[in-house]
Ligand binder design. Structure first.
Ligand code: SAM
Length: 337
């Protein structure tokens, strides 16, 4: 469960920018949402726009009763204040908490924040900024914040040299890639069939349909350059070269055999790293792909039996696990979809 942030004492006439930064910092460093006191629709609009374009499920709400929010919070409450106990002492305990509410102030905070808080925590015992204090606390609680989110329509592509934002290719752009790569008709119709199913499943699961569609349309594009398992790495490289959203390359990279762990990838002679599906969209595409032979549906057992016949027992198990994972989220067997 991600921490939630309560921003108290926002003064609309002077704090618009810094409260927006508190919310964006909360989102970027792994919080699940923020409640803003006092309400300010301009802050809500800016943050909502960023979430829509860059992805994730961060929520922002407003309140006129911050004390009630803190009092009714189910989990533990952390108040960030320079007067608190040093973060280094509190962090090992906070890391194990499942539902944290983190309070940050703007103007001088009311006494109840100190009294209601389970922990008053200082990020250094000097006055500085709520943005800095929040970022350091969240990074300390969960360093995984540094991992890129891959489900937004816009995606920052980390680069030491230049500013880059990548987008998800449209269906038309994916078809242009197929035609440029010389994809034979059966390959294209397989990709279209998988994309149709993956898009429908992703929509039901509330994922990014454009991303799943593009990833599925291009999942086997690497087969135009190599017929074996290496097609996943070759295809991912093609998508990256084309400058597409990295979530697309991730889907292509991770679609084979329910995903390939690092050790097996090395044994197979693939470029370094693992090939495991991490996003919802990558899991859906990989699971749907297993249910097709060409453009026709097949039972999952056909896929697992083939893997077993090749001596790939572990891959057969991963395929089954992945199928169950998607089915569980759907609330019904994916094979019946
Ligand atoms: N002027 C205000 C006052 O007199 O209380 C403090 C404003 S301060 C810029 C706003 C918020 O930053 C505080 O409410 C607190 O949440 C956070 N903050 C500032 N310094 C901090 C520190 N050393 N440790 C933790 N939080 C801090």
């Amino acid at each position: 469960m991600k921490p939630h942030v309560l921003r108290i004492g926002h003064r609309p006439e002077r704090d618009k920018r810094i409260s927006t930064h508190v919310a964006l910092t909360a989102r970027a460093f792994g919080a699940g949402g923020l409640t803003l006191h006092r309400p300010d629709s301009r802050v809500v609009a800016t943050v909502t726009d960023v979430v829509q374009r860059f992805g994730g499920d961060f929520g922002i709400a407003t309140t006129t009763r911050p004390r009630a929010v803190a009092r009714d919070w189910r989990g533990k409450v952390v108040h960030l204040t320079m007067f608190g106990t040093p973060l280094a002492e509190a962090a090992p305990l906070l890391r194990h908490e499942r539902e944290l509410l983190v309070i940050v102030g703007a103007e001088r905070v009311p006494r109840w924040t100190f009294e209601l808080a389970d922990w008053n925590v200082a990020v250094g015992s000097q006055p500085h900024s709520e943005v800095a204090a929040l970022a350091i606390l969240l990074a300390e609680l969960d360093p995984r914040w540094a991992q890129p989110k891959l489900d937004g329509e816009l995606q920052v592509v980390p680069s030491a040299q230049r500013r880059r934002l990548a987008t998800i290719p449209t269906e038309q752009e994916c078809l242009v890639v197929h035609s440029g790569a010389g994809s034979p008709a059966p390959l294209l119709s397989h990709c279209r069939a998988v994309a149709g199913m993956a898009a429908a499943v992703t929509a039901v699961l509330g994922g990014n349909v454009a991303l799943a569609t593009a990833g599925a349309l291009l999942h086997d594009i690497g087969r135009t350059r190599g017929a074996g398992v290496e097609h996943c790495a070759l295809g991912a490289a093609m998508a990256a070269e084309a400058g597409f959203h990295p979530g697309v390359a991730h889907i292509i990279r991770a679609h084979v055999g329910g995903g390939i762990p690092q050790r097996e990838a090395r044994a197979l002679g693939l470029p370094p790293g693992d090939y495991l599906p991490r996003t919802l969209e990558a899991r859906v595409v990989a699971a749907c792909d297993n249910l097709f032979a060409g453009s026709r549906r097949r039972p999952l057992a056909d896929c697992t039996a083939w893997l077993q016949s090749q001596g790939l027992e572990m891959a057969a198990r991963r395929v089954t696990r992945l199928h169950r994972w998607v089915s569980h989220r759907l609330g019904r067997d994916l094979a019946e979809f």
